[in-house]
Every structure is written in C-alpha cells, then in structure tokens.
Design a protein around this ligand. Structure first.
Ligand code: G3P
Length: 217
C-alpha cells in the first residue's frame, strides 16, 4: 500500500517526504484554510517536494464549472490530480475530464455503489472516508473493505485512497485489506513512528555504548 500525506502544511510535507516514504499528497479546502499563502503556489511547492499525485480540490456545484476549474488546476503541474465531490455533477464532470486525460480523485465517497459510479465514469482514484463514517455510528473500515473488493474487478483502473484516517489502526487495517493507498494526516504519521519500547531500547543501547566507551577510554 502506498502512503500519501493528507495536509497542505508544507513543513509537515517536507519533514515526512524526508523520510523517503511519501508517494503522494492530498489536500482539501479545509486543510488549505489552515495555512497561509496562495493555493496555486502551495500546490506548486508540494509538487516540488513530492514526486507523485497531488490532489487539488475543485469547489463548484455545476459540472461545467467543475470541468473549467479542474482543467485550470490540472494545468498547474503534471502531477496535479483534481478532486471532485461525489454526486451527479461530479460524476458527469469526471467523465468529461477522463476523456481529456485529466485524472480525478472522487472524494466524499462512503459506499461501494458510490465508488462503482465514480470508477465507471473514469475516476483514477476514489476516496472512501473511514473516520467520518465511524463518526456517525457506521463501520468505516467495513465500508472501505467493500469498496476495495469492488474496485478489484479487472473492469476498473481506479485506485482506492483510504481517506479520513484517524489512527495507525486505520492505516494497518487498510493495508491488510489491500487498499492501494492510505492518505494519512501528519499527526498519525508521527504516531506510527513511535513505540515506548523503541524509545526505551534506544536509551538503553546509548547508555550501554557510553558506559563501555567510558570504561575503555
Ligand atoms: O481529505 C479528505 C479526508 O482525508 C478528510 O479527513 O479527518 O477531515 O475527515 P477528515
């Protein structure tokens, strides 16, 4: 499973890209609202930091406006993937954009039927939201599993991006069920690094190495 980061924060992107694990980035209007700067400049900088798909979200209601905005965003850099919301307008815009070879990441997907429609319209990626489904008392991981199963059909060339990830458990479960990608918030990336036994082990090895050096020196 490939790891993407879900943020528009350039410092976090640079830090995690430095670990050599990032294969892409996803953003959304909420994430962009938390950082300073012109969105187009941010997308350009993200594309310099990470060599992989970078999702930039369209904000429009009608398919014509979606296509226009998406075409403009896709022109910013060859790695830009446009994010469109699930729905009749988004699906229709996806079909038009797919014909123009503009890659779409269909966002706000919660169910397998929604994913099936997005893939049939030619979406390159579908993003089932796990955490937000859990938030309303549904089982986000079960819904993700269904999407992964359906997208495994040879009829589709659509990758599943596990989105709305809230914990390392979501990431591991997504990997176990064969999701193509998980887009992970920086906070969860930092949690994935850590374990108290790792910290304790490093402390012990360092102390022993220093004691030996002192003894011999
Ligand atoms: O970018 C889409 C998705 O990952 C948002 O996550 O945490 O706002 O539900 P969240």
């Amino acid at each position: 499973m490939k790891l993407f980061v879900d943020t528009a924060d350039l410092n976090d992107i640079e830090t995690i890209a430095g670990w050599g694990v990032l294969k892409g980035v996803t953003t959304n209007p909420t994430l962009l609202s938390r950082v300073e700067g012109d969105p187009d400049d941010i997308y350009r900088r993200v594309c310099e930091l990470v060599d992989g798909p970078v999702s930039a979200e369209v904000v429009a209601d009608a398919r014509g406006d979606m296509v226009k905005q998406a075409t403009r965003l896709a022109g910013i850099h060859p790695n830009i993937v446009v994010k469109l919301p699930m729905g009749a307008e988004g699906i229709s815009a996806t079909a038009t954009l797919a014909e123009k070879d503009i890659r779409v990441n269909m966002t706000l997907v919660f169910t397998a039927p929604q994913a099936l429609l997005a893939a049939s319209a030619g979406a390159a990626f579908v993003s089932p939201f796990v955490g937000r489904f859990d938030d309303i008392g549904e089982h986000g991981l079960e819904a993700l599993h269904e999407v992964v199963d359906v997208m495994n059909s040879p009829h589709f060339n659509t990758e599943v991006i596990t989105a709305s990830v809230r914990s390392p458990v979501h990431v591991i479960e997504a990997a176990r069920m064969g999701a193509d990608i998980a887009t992970i918030p920086p906070k969860v990336f930092y949690q994935m690094l850590q374990h108290p036994l790792t910290a304790r082990g490093i402390e012990q090895f360092t102390a022993d190495a220093e004691a030996r050096a002192a003894h011999q020196g």
